[in-house]
Design a protein around this ligand. Structure first.
Ligand code: CDP
Ligand code: MG
Length: 134
């Protein structure tokens, strides 16, 4: 069974989409291994998104991710990494397929409802960031 890191971002938490997104997760047969609500510090957000440092959207991304509480989840399923990326849809909600989470709950590329790890190495790194006991 593969694991991936999912985040319900501040825009979706403040819009009260948490329950609906967890429903989608469970209806798609992911096992929620761990889950908690937290608020990122600027330092944590900068470290978590370190790969994007220097890009034009970096500051906006850090500001958005620290703007309110988030829900972090360790998800488990066969092929979890790809399955969660597919369920989220395209990074830009305007391009996200109908029925995907970003199509349903994303409002813009900067406020796109959820995060998902993109590969096995990043999933391991991101899971360790939020769930060091796993
Ligand atoms: O989240 P995902 O892996 O789909 O996209 P990314 O390329 O790793 O970018 C991380 C996050 O930065 C995205 O989810 C967007 O919220 C944000 N971003 C942005 O605001 N503007 C862009 N041009 C690209 C990404
Ligand atoms: Mg990414």
């Amino acid at each position: 069974m593969e694991r991936t890191l999912a985040i319900i971002k501040p825009d979706a938490v403040s819009a009260k989409h948490t329950g609906n997104i967890i429903d989608i997760i469970e209806n798609n047969d992911f096992n929620i291994v761990r889950m908690y609500k937290t608020k990122l510090s600027k330092d944590q957000a900068e470290r978590f998104y370190g790969v994007h440092k220097g890009k034009p959207f970096f500051q906006e991304l850090v500001d958005m991710m620290t703007s309110g509480p988030i829900i972090v989840l360790a998800l488990e399923k066969d092929g979890a990494i790809k399955a969660w990326r597919e369920l989220m849809g395209d990074t830009n909600p305007a391009n996200a397929a109908p029925g995907t989470i970003r199509n349903l709950y994303g409002v813009s590329i900067g406020s796109n409802a959820t995060h998902g790890s993109d590969a096995p190495a990043t999933a391991a790194q991101e899971l360790a960031f939020f769930f060091p006991d796993l």
